[in-house]
Ligand binder design. Structure first.
Ligand code: ZN
Length: 109
């Protein structure tokens, strides 16, 4: 993947991560074990699908700045590795340049 595309993809993913942070804040009040709908954080510019999981599960993913929440099959093996496989979602970890961009765009760092 060329560098400008990689940057565009990273910006897109960072935006969805920001959306999910807001979703998480909205449901966090003592209700972290009931299922909410988070945005798929994949690189597809036309993906607007929702992933059902609890804020507690999302929090476990977001504890790692290089990890993103995706629907199964939405991962891009070129830049990321699947580290958790769940029935409804997978968690990927960014490698190399994509990992550095993910670190840099982490709203919590
Ligand atoms: Zn997706």
């Amino acid at each position: 993947m060329d560098e400008s595309l990689q940057r565009r993809v990273a910006a897109n993913e960072a935006m969805f991560r920001g959306v999910n942070e807001a979703i998480e804040r909205g449901v966090w009040h003592g209700d972290e074990s009931s299922v909410a709908a988070f945005r798929c954080e994949c690189a597809r510019l036309d993906c607007n699908q929702l992933v059902p999981l609890t804020p507690r599960e999302y929090e476990a993913i977001r504890a790692h700045p290089r990890r993103f929440l995706l629907l199964p099959g939405h991962d891009n093996p070129e830049v990321e590795s699947v580290v958790v496989t769940h029935e409804a979602y997978v968690v990927v970890e960014k490698r190399d340049e994509a990992g550095r961009l993910a670190d840099a765009s982490d709203p919590r760092s």
